[in-house]
Design a binder for this molecule. Structure first.
Ligand code: NAP
Length: 269
């Protein structure tokens, strides 16, 4: 089996990376940058997002696992104290795979040209550097509302505990293939009226955002931001691709939610 380790780059993460690389190579696993079967992220959820985007062109062939060197993460859920156990489990392959849904975002330009397609593990947000965004929101081909406000966040179930949660969105279990739309400070008056509540769309229900007036946006996909001018539409839906996690022990999603947001005890230890 081929593996790759993506580290946050701090001393602690680099040390763990070196230890894992040495042991796994001794177990006859091959370190491979280009075509790894398993990508091990060492750091936090931010590092995991980076690892995902580096290898999201081969999701069918690559599984991911995260070791956290900061506080408990949603994606990075192994602690450094469990390293020996984890190395032995990885060396014993094959492993169980758990899949989570992803968000597909397609950005189309006004004047023809190529569209951009992205996959997000957490979310996409659409904002503007100045003023408010104004766009028509179509759901499943029908006009739903005209949104005016700071922006919109469209998140995956596993991203529902990230930015979405800060915006008052609900937490969605990742076995549900859905995306969630949450508003950022919508303006509501007699001209502009939005639903005001987070919306949860099932698979195959496409959400299309069509800019009115200004067509320049700041679009974030997980941890990176891009400036877009001249946007015709932004299409969001559940992606056909999924992320595959290598699972060596159960750590239920609700336990991770509890340990991150409710309980003082880190039950993963
Ligand atoms: P960052 O601003 O350095 O960190 C954002 C925080 O979000 C970190 O504590 C990160 O955990 C945590 N996080 C990431 N994914 C998560 C998830 N699925 N569930 C719960 N917490 C999660 O940015 P970054 O490290 O580059 O990560 C980008 C992400 O930051 C975006 O995808 C967005 O979700 C999130 N974000 C959140 C807010 C907010 O809550 N107000 C605002 C902007 C962006 P680690 O410390 O383990 O990396």
């Amino acid at each position: 089996m081929k593996f790759k380790i993506v580290s946050k780059g701090d001393d602690r993460s680099e040390k763990i990376k070196a230890t894992m690389r040495n042991y796994l190579t001794e177990f006859d696993l091959e370190y491979c940058r280009e075509e790894p079967d398993l990508v091990i992220s060492v750091g936090g959820d931010g590092t995991f997002l980076e690892a995902f985007h580096r290898y999201n062109h081969r999701l069918e062939k690559t599984a991911f696992i995260g070791v956290h060197t900061g506080h408990l993460g949603f994606y990075a859920d192994w602690v450094p104290e469990e390293l020996e156990k984890l190395i032995i489990e990885i060396a014993k392959t094959p492993y169980q795979v758990v899949e989570y849904p992803l968000l597909e975002v397609i950005i189309r330009p006004q004047s023809g040209g190529n569209e951009d397609r992205f996959l997000a593990l957490n979310e996409a947000t659409i904002k503007t550097p100045d003023g408010s965004v104004v766009f028509d929101v179509d759901i499943k081909g029908e006009h739903f509302e005209t949104f005016r406000g700071d922006g919109l966040c469209i998140s995956t179930p596993s991203g529902s505990t990230a930015y979405n949660k800060a915006l008052g969105g609900g937490i969605i279990h990742p076995t549900l293939e859905a995306i969630q739309l949450t508003e950022m400070a919508s303006i509501n008056n007699r001209v502009f009226r939005t639903i005001g509540s987070p919306l949860i769309l099932p698979k195959h229900h496409t959400c299309l955002l069509k800019p009115i007036v200004d067509r320049s946006f700041l679009i974030t996909i997980d941890h990176f931001t891009k400036n877009y001018a001249n946007v015709k539409s932004i299409q969001c839906r559940v992606a056909k691709e999924k992320i595959r996690f290598a699972r060596f022990r159960p750590f239920p999603f609700w336990n991770r939610v509890r340990d991150s947001f409710v309980s003082d005890n880190d039950h993963s230890k």
